[in-house]
Design a protein around this ligand. Sequence first.
Ligand code: GLA
Length: 376
Amino acid sequence: MLAQTPPLGWNSWNTFGADIHEELIRETADVFASEGLLDAGYEYVVIDDLWEAPERVDGRLTWDAAKFPHGIPALAETIHSKGLKFGIYSCAGSYTCAGMPASFGYEEVDAQTFAEWGVDFLKYDFCYVPPGIDGPALYSRMGQALRATGRPILFSICEWGKHKPWEWGARAGGQMWRTTGDIHDAWDSIVRIGFEQQVGLEAYAGPGRWNDPDMLVVGMYGKGNVAHGGCTDAEYRSHFSLWCLLASPLMIGCDVRTMNQATRDILLNREAIAINQDPLGRQGYHVGQVSHGREIASAWAKPLEDGSIAVGLFNLGERQGRLATVAWESIGLHDRRRCRVRDLWSHADLGIFTREFSTRVDKHDVALLRITPIRD
Ligand code: GLA
């Protein structure tokens, strides 16, 4: 089954937008190996919008020859030779969001073309859908066309949550679906899309079917296509922690060729990635206010296969060093249960606790914990 665990990779849009070319994609693929991204599980290299030539040729999509002089199939081959998978972008309407030719009425021929090119992942957008056309039906159409190629192509539905794709995305053949509009490289965007708009969607996710709150902005620091002022390292850490707890696809959006150490420490945190990739495939849920009236800003919990529970305690407020607590009763554990607590950012065991665990969390930062009940 495709996407047994949430897909991990990189997408060109957040940083590069229109400014894509084959050299950039090759260099990015090289960095997957040299920076350890491949070893950490990142697999898909995805080209977003604006790879296309402005007109079809003989009814078929083709690439912008100035950006991809050796062609998309050769690029796919290079990416495959590095042990990676190759993703591309199209749209359910007549044009892509950036105004290039798209797949409405061409679903079969485009799916066939992508399969011939060696595509492993299709992100499928929702701009320029003719009026009166049923949106979800267009996704079923492309889902069917992809299936008919016989090539396993992960189908990434991108209709921004407009028609509740969590209710029909898997039936349409999708393995992931955007639940919101586009993310920006700014804390208020992370709060809105991540902390506010994902609440209650956890029942719809599982192996082969993931809610997608959009790509990561970690490491962008206010540079690139979706820049909106940028974030602090604490904010990027919170963003990544929440996406791991939400079992979201982790699609890196920064320029991986120039990552600084803080970005590496976030994107390559194996213990956080293990939470995201946990085989149980449960999406984390919002716990909210916990314990004896003490305020904590936002707590999220994700049950794991070994019986542990991953917990994120987020300080969404403006005060440094806010005391945050997770009470066992709020995550379904008995008060007297003895649990080991591990901090997944400092990579340290913090001890054995009953009833609750408290820690201080700085402004917009997170404590990401693995709470493991002891069998006694
Ligand atoms: C939409 C999508 C984005 C990106 C652009 C490309 O806005 O939501 O993720 O793919 O289109 O034009």
